[in-house]
Write a protein that binds this ligand. Sequence first.
Ligand code: HEC
Length: 111
Amino acid sequence: MKHFFLLLLFLTFSLISCSSDDDTVIPSQNDVTYTNDIKSIIDSKCLNCHGNPLANGAPISLTNLDEVKEAVINSDLIGRVEDGSMPQGGTRLTPAQIQAIKDWKAANYPL
Ligand code: HEC
C-alpha cells in the first residue's frame, strides 16, 4: 500500500511536470553573454595579436563587445575559428567555444 501511494505520488508529479511544459523556461543555449563567456575566450586566444596595440600583423582589434561583434558581422570571425585559420599559429578553439560564439550571435550579441 505504501508503495502504491508513492507510485501515485510519482505519477502525479510526472503529469504535473508534463502539463506545465508550456510555462517552463527551457534552459536556453542562448544565454551566452559577452561578459561571462565570449570575453574570456577572445582574451586568452586572440588578444596577443588583436589587442591594443595591434601585434603580429593583425588588422583589427578585438578588445570589446563592439569590436568582436563587428568582426563576427563583417570579418567572418566564426568562419575563421571554424576553419582553424584563427587563432593564427595557436591552438584551435574547442567546439564548445565556437558554439558559444554562434549562440552569442544568435542571441543578438548580449553584453
Ligand atoms: C598570432 C597572431 C594572431 C592571433 C593569436 C589571432 N589572430 Fe586573427 N589575424 C591575425 C593576422 C596576422 C590577421 C590578418 C591575416 C589574415 O586575415 O589571415 C588576422 C585576421 C583575422 C580576422 C580577419 C580580419 C579582417 O577583417 O580581415 C579575424 C576575424 C580574426 N583574425 C579573428 C581572430 C580570432 C577570433 C582570434 C582568436 C580566436 C585570432 N584572430 C587570433 C593574427 C592573429
